[in-house]
Ligand binder design. Structure first.
Ligand code: DOR
Ligand code: ZN
Length: 424
């Protein structure tokens, strides 16, 4: 199978390319990137006025399988991902059973082999059952193929245990991903603590519940020289703490999610539970700090934190509704709309945030369009406008924070491992 993509604007930050070019894919690899490739390919894609970029690498995705197949499955999540331009996901380990043993990882690997439409990588847990009491067997997890560790959904509260975890992870060269939340400080809150939580009569979650845990984890990363990645950064003080850690030369990286730069706690005024996630939508001041962090390089990665929940878990009283929103199908378009169309960031920078940087953080040989690499790439119509509609969502769950929103930028083709896995 060969695919020739003609006359697209190829944006490949890894190779400092931004030019009108053709790309030839042969088998599962990129065979040529050049002007006017004159080879008869089986499949020719006209990419005039379109952008060709490396596929999105989304390092924070809840697939829900095994255990919550009513929310989402590997098949439905990866189909949704492909339609959103995502070619690789890192599956978070808060499944049932959790990814805390090699045996459980093998179970998920079997499901992935059967039903995944794109690359799925697995994150193991830091502690057994994510209970924060006893460390998982990192060596066995690594052997079974996990590429990172996280108790996402929870933080390891015990400082000594977290120190030990980072030491072990560092000796095995495994990345640790931190869900930074002090549950005592979060105090059963359901939205951001501030004027809006007072107005709505809902319990608030302070910025401190996030940034104090970020500060602790950074201190431990500095002590252990371990690679640490802070997940879903939402507030200004976290951005500041991470900037300081980077200045120290510590191996600290971080991500934010599209809802943290596109929305604020003003969006909660209608008690819409599709605006409920953890960490919560913050104030406009925090949103500005997140945007600044994306611009000046403190924030390395945009990831969706795709967290599907069924209608009966979401379409209920705000306080009882589950935390989390889906994001695989909208992360690219929300990034284009909020960051590029607004003039804040360049295409190159957004592609770095969505593809090259997550590849680097995870140590993957991906995120570029170099000749000889596996062909994971996307073709985008940068000016196509569309509206997010519930009945068009591919994900099994429809808990999207952008329902009804008009977005710009749409995926025409997603090619993964040299195969067309999505076509508009
Ligand atoms: O909103 C969230 N939902 N935050 C998390 O950390 C976990 C996630 C989930 O698994 O639903
Ligand atoms: Zn989390």
């Amino acid at each position: 199978m060969s695919i020739l993509i003609k006359n697209g604007r190829v944006i490949d930050p890894a190779n400092k390319i931004d030019d009108i070019l053709d790309i030839l894919i042969e088998g599962n690899k990129i065979a040529q990137v050049a002007k006017n490739i004159k080879i008869a390919a089986k499949n020719v894609i006209d990419a005039q006025n379109k952008i060709i970029a490396p596929g999105i690498i989304d390092m924070h995705v809840h697939l829900r399988e095994p255990g919550r197949e009513d929310n989402e499955t590997v098949a439905t999540a990866t189909a949704a991902a492909a339609s959103g331009g995502v070619t690789t996901v890192l599956a978070m380990p808060n499944t049932n059973p959790a990814m805390d043993t090699a045996q459980n990882v093998e179970l998920l690997k079997g499901i992935i082999k059967q039903s995944a439409k794109i690359n799925v990588l697995i994150c193991g847990t830091i502690t057994k059952n994510r209970f924060g009491q006893e460390l998982s067997d990192f060596g066995a997890l690594k052997k079974s193929g996990v590429i990172a560790l996280s108790d996402d959904g929870a933080s390891v509260d015990n400082d000594v245990l977290m120190l030990e975890a980072l030491e072990k992870a560092q000796s095995l060269n495994l990345l640790t991903i931190c869900h930074a939340e002090d549950k005592v400080l979060a105090a059963k809150g359901v939205m951001n603590l501030g004027f809006n939580s007072t107005r709505l009569g809902l319990r608030g979650i302070s910025n401190a519940s996030e940034f104090e845990r970020v500060a602790r984890d950074i201190t431990l990363a500095g002590k252990t020289k371990a690679a640490l990645h802070i997940a879903h950064v939402s507030c200004r003080q976290s951005v500041l703490a991470i900037a300081q850690a980077k200045q120290q030369g510590w191996r600290v990286t971080c991500e934010t999610a599209p809802h943290y730069f596109a929305l604020s706690d003003d969006n909660l005024l209608g008690y819409d539970t599709n605006m409920k996630m953890n960490p919560p939508l913050r104030s406009k001041i925090d949103v500005a700090a997140i945007k600044q962090g994306l611009k000046d390089g403190v924030i390395d990665v945009i990831a969706s934190d795709h967290a599907p929940h069924t209608e009966h878990e979401k379409d209920i009283e705000f306080e009882r509704a589950q935390f989390g929103v889906i994001g695989l199908e909208t992360e690219l378009a929300v990034s284009i709309t909020e960051l590029i169309a607004s003039g804040l960031l360049s295409w190159k920078r957004v592609i770095e945030l969505l593809s090259l940087n997550p590849a680097r953080v995870l140590g993957l040989d991906k995120g570029s369009l170099s000749v000889g690499k596996i062909a994971d790439l996307i073709v985008i119509s940068p000016e196509d406008q569309w509206r997010v509609e519930k009945n068009k969502i591919i994900s099994k769950s429809k808990n999207c924070a952008f329902l009804g929103k008009n977005l710009v930028g749409r995926v025409d083709y997603t090619i993964c491992d040299g195969k067309i896995v999505y076509q508009k």
